[in-house]
Design a protein around this ligand. Sequence first.
Ligand SMILES: [Zn+2]
Length: 281
Amino acid sequence: MYRTIPLIKHHFNTVQTVEGILLLATKYQVDHLRKPIITILEGDWPTDLDTWHLAEGELKALHEAYDNLLDESAPEPCSAIALARCCDVPTILVAAFYHLSRVYDHSFRKRVRAARDENGDGDSDTEFAESVARDEHFENKEDYLYKGGRMADLELLTPEDTARMLKGRKAMVDYFVEHSVKAATAADEHECAHQNPEACSENFMQILGDIYSDVMDDYDPLKVLATIRDYLPPLIGRPCGEAWVTYENYFRDHQVESTLWDKLPEFFGMSQVEASFTTDV
Ligand SMILES: [Zn+2]
């Protein structure tokens, strides 16, 4: 039985592979069987922020290394949510909901997989891309997919969970915007070292506009916050370093990133998992 459990993270078929064993292990309370499966699932759907970023980096590397559709290897959120519900694994729900909120608008995973199966394994990516591009539902999606965009099987989602995700997604964005406005207000009062303070201000507002667009388009505030944390602004033709440092410091001083992570169970209405969901490793 053990041999059928995949031992690697980020496998597109993990849920389907483990669900039979996990259902039995849960029904008959066989904890030594449940535990290794849950460990694998929590690798894909982390319960702490560091592991989340680690998993994101691994998926990015996977996509860059193989240059194929990421969903050929990445796990799918709706099946993970359904498994968590039927097999009592609440710890994976929050990360699955967070990811679902990013890919909710790209709910054509099953169709892409069907197109892939139709083409057969031997056909080239180019032929597959052409067949995808011919389908009107995939117009403008090809680019998204080949840049590492991911998808969801929404038909596995209950109406209650759809509502839960939409509510959580709005709460996440509101939380980010609230803090970004405060950070921008603080940055607006920086001691400007730019030879043209108005140009500094204009450039800074343009960067903020780009940041807002990213959050509103991708629903991935954790990625945006990590980008703000690691961003090194170019020195020429941009806001003076002081404006950016003040903006960035606000997020660091107020621990916006880790607090957002800790608030995800509340945003997605899952108070029962808050106790096991923490930034502490
Ligand atoms: Zn300035």
